[in-house]
Write a protein that binds this ligand. Structure first.
Ligand code: SAH
Length: 252
């Protein structure tokens, strides 16, 4: 499985090295680091990686999570905590079928002290939480080990049919377009936009759209903009009784 592990803003070289080792142990090799706060090739990191030093050297560095996820078709966030305003994290075993059917999944891990922030988790279609005792915050590399273990098991079982899902970049561009359209038609405002879009993202992410479906949706958004601009140009309100673009274009 082409599974990427994304570490968001890790602070401790030893944790990055240990995470690389955990990946190699479990059979993952694509390490991505977003805005690191230390040198991921520090001697401490290389020492903790042991035989995974090459994997560590091959890590790719990104400045934003969005860039790190651009080519992925599924992003799974991880969190030690429940967040009041986000969907509850799920047990990793329940998410395994979704990951096994993805062509290019990513697992996203947060900084040691704070974990992922809400805007990071919003870029993940689903969040998992490893069940623990009362002290839920695992060491970063140990969390990488357990989540990779969960998702990389059963590789010898018959391969599931891989889904063809839009990349995260296509979905993020679609959400940007949706937000612009919401503002354009006054569906939301600057204060409520974040919450509104979060609800729409959750709904549309569940649909696991294909690239073609994301383009279909954006075609609809383009038509909404065209209609609003056209109505504004005529000094009228866009309404259901107006003629369609096709008819009007044909009349010109
Ligand atoms: N104090 C932070 C924990 C940071 S631990 C918090 O409360 O969220 C660093 C990272 O390890 C987390 O961002 C998450 O990616 C992972 N992690 C730690 N404990 C986890 C758990 N129980 N389940 C899933 N991921 C966990």
């Amino acid at each position: 499985m082409n599974l990427a592990v994304v570490l968001v803003s890790p602070k401790t070289p030893g944790n990055i090295g240990s995470a690389a080792r955990a990946m190699l142990n479990m059979g993952a090799s694509d390490l991505r680091i977003v805005a690191p706060r230390c040198d991921h090739l520090d001697s401490q990191a290389v020492a903790m990686a042991v035989h995974a030093a090459d994997l560590l050297r091959g890590a790719r560095i990104y400045s934003t999570l969005r860039e790190a996820l651009a080519d992925r078709d599924l992003s799974v966030g991880t969190s030690a905590r429940l967040r009041a305003d986000l969907p509850a994290p799920r047990h990793p075993a329940l998410v395994r079928p979704l990951v096994r059917q993805a062509a290019a999944p990513a697992l996203v891990f947060g900084p040691e002290e704070t974990g992922l922030i809400n805007s990071d988790l919003e870029q993940c279609q689903v969040t998992v939480r490893i069940p623990t005792g009362d002290y839920a915050s695992l060491n970063l590399a140990q969390a990488v080990l357990l989540v990779c273990y969960e998702f990389l098991q059963g590789q010898d079982e018959p391969a599931p049919v891989t889904r063809k899902t839009a990349t995260r970049e296509e979905m993020e561009a679609m959400y940007g377009h949706l937000q612009e359209t919401m503002h354009l038609i006054g569906y939301t405002d600057a204060v409520r936009a974040r919450h509104t879009l979060r609800l729409w993202r959750a709904m549309l992410d569940r649909a696991l759209m294909s690239s073609a479906e994301s383009r279909l949706f954006r075609g609809f958004l383009r038509q909404v903009k065209w209609k609003v601009d056209d109505a504004a140009g005529r000094g009228t309100e866009a309404g259901p009784d107006r003629e369609t673009r096709t008819t009007e274009a044909g009349e010109v």
